[in-house]
Design a binder for this molecule. Structure first.
Ligand code: SAH
Ligand code: SF4
Ligand code: F3S
Length: 459
């Protein structure tokens, strides 16, 4: 959309909200990854400029936006369940506007299903039509008809939209959008388009503003953060970007999510070590510990390549924390393949894993494979994997006892009088305290470890 159209429709909606006797409210609910949460904050930013107050209370909102995720079937089922629940609200209050956007909305078969069976939805817009939102909202408000835009526009980075952020002390900052990797199981390249990087000066300006505003943790976001920089005029890679952000004055720490193992060079690991503000934690998605499965997944590394990176990281930072993503039950995975994954888990000793049973995504290459592995086996292996990781975490977390961890507190603990936060290593740390700790970084001396967290005392 031409810039002036975006501005014109934003102003038109604003005129409508200003005419109302009561303040207009909007609720944006984001599912899925941090990137999507970040998009949701920008949608809230647009709504705020259009005159809406932002609320978390769906029942009081005039505009409800569901910003969806398509990565696994479960994610989609959750959204369909939530849209189903909104039917009653729409019947009670026919004037509310319900919008669906994000990764699910970029898929034609989903949009067809919404149009057919979920008439309570007024607006559908895909990830490319981000800046069409004011126009769609204006049309829905004035013409009371269902509007939809899932066109693949030329990739546009929305630099001029300021976010309404959900948290003051932690912020996600996208550094690149899209993905070129086409792992055979994954829908992301189809719904998010090709890789495009933000200009470094825009990223740095955003981080500086956040830090000046008191933000304590910056999470740099991208589907493949360490391929940052390709296609920019300037010769810059992710390591250089990390160094420049590390240079920014202030008391804050830097994380990033997710690097791809194929791009995890020794220079990248050295940069993490050298930059004092960068957390000594690497989320390095393995997906599988079998070379056969990795090849079928199109991951472009072998187990040996992956282990080389891990061994190098541990040789320069012995306490370095590593977490991962694992898929169990890729089509035709065998028990031997699965045991390869268990073997890598034991060799790496992950601090934590995020594991998923393979979910068939229509439109991907893997969806075409005739799968002979039974769902029953997949479920059994999945439970075995969780059990192995529980043992690894229980044992490995003991290395922190007696040490001091820097913790950013973010919520109440499971037990009364306890608060929890995340350490630089991305470990959950529990300590005695009250809610005034939330948003503060404290040094905590570790005294005990469990399989899900460590416990300590604030120094
Ligand atoms: N870009 C990131 C991951 C994005 S999706 C990366 O490459 O690591 C987050 C995780 O969801 C993936 O790491 C993978 O483990 C999981 N995932 C993606 N597609 C999946 C599918 N079809 N079934 C099961 N898990 C999947
Ligand atoms: Fe999906 Fe692979 Fe891209 Fe990650 S790198 S988003 S898993 S295609
Ligand atoms: Fe989901 Fe889209 Fe993120 S599919 S994981 S919300 S990029």
């Amino acid at each position: 959309m031409a810039e002036n159209e975006y501005g014109r429709y934003t102003a038109l909606v604003r005129e409508l909200t200003e005419k109302r006797d009561t303040p207009s409210l909007a609720c944006v609910h984001s599912y899925g990854c941090q990137q999507n949460v970040s998009d949701g904050e920008k949608i809230a930013g647009m709504l705020s400029v259009m005159g809406y107050g932002i609320t978390n209370d769906i029942n009081n909102a005039d505009v409800i936006i569901l910003n969806t995720c398509a990565v696994r079937e479960n994610a989609e089922l959750k959204v369909f369940g939530n849209i189903g629940d909104l039917k009653h609200l729409k019947e009670e209050k026919p004037d509310i506007i319900i919008g669906l956007c994000g990764c699910m909305a970029q898929q034609e078969h989903i949009v067809e299903k919404i149009k057919r069976s979920y008439k309570q939805v007024d607006i559908v817009f895909g990830t490319f039509a981000f800046k069409e939102f004011p126009k769609l909202l204006y049309t829905a408000l004035t013409e009371r008809k269902t509007v939809c835009d899932i066109t693949e526009y030329k990739a546009d980075i929305p630099e001029d939209i300021s976010a309404v952020r959900g948290c003051k002390y932690k912020a996600g900052v996208p550094v690149m959008y899209g993905c070129n990797n086409f792992c055979t199981y994954c829908i992301v390249p189809y719904v998010r388009g090709r890789e495009r990087s933000r200009r470094p000066e825009n990223i740095i300006a955003e981080v500086k503003a956040l830090v000046n505003d008191g933000c304590k943790e910056i999470m740099l976001l991208g589907q493949n953060v360490n391929s940052y920089g390709r296609g920019l005029d300037e010769d810059i890679d992710f390591s250089e970007l990390l160094r420049r952000i590390n240079h920014i004055d202030g008391d804050f720490r830097i994380r990033f999510m997710s690097p791809h193992p194929k791009d995890a060079t020794p220079e990248f690991i050295d940069t993490i070590k050298e930059c004092d503000k960068v957390c000594k934690h690497l989320h390095l998605p393995l997906q599988s510990g079998s070379d056969t499965v990795l090849k079928a997944m199109n991951r472009r590394y072998t187990v040996a390549d992956y282990m080389k990176t891990v061994d190098y990281a541990r040789s320069v930072m012995p306490d370095f924390s590593i977490t991962t993503d694992i898929i169990v039950g890729f089509p035709n995975e065998t028990y031997e393949d699965f045991l390869g994954t268990i073997d890598v888990m034991k060799r790496v000793r992950y601090d934590n894993i995020y594991s998923f049973i393979y979910s068939k995504r229509s439109g991907t290459k893997a969806a075409e494979i005739v799968d002979n592995t039974s769902e029953e086996d997949k479920g059994k292996w999945f439970r075995q994997l969780l059990e192995v990781q529980r043992e690894i975490s229980t044992e490995y977390y003991k290395r922190f006892i007696g040490k001091t961890m820097r913790v950013l507190f973010d919520g109440k603990g499971r037990r009364d009088g306890m608060m929890t936060g995340k350490s630089d290593e991305f470990i959950i740390v529990e300590a005695k305290g009250d809610e005034s700790l939330i948003g503060q970084i404290k040094d905590v001396r570790i005294t005990d470890s469990y399989n899900w967290a460590v416990h300590g005392e604030i120094i």
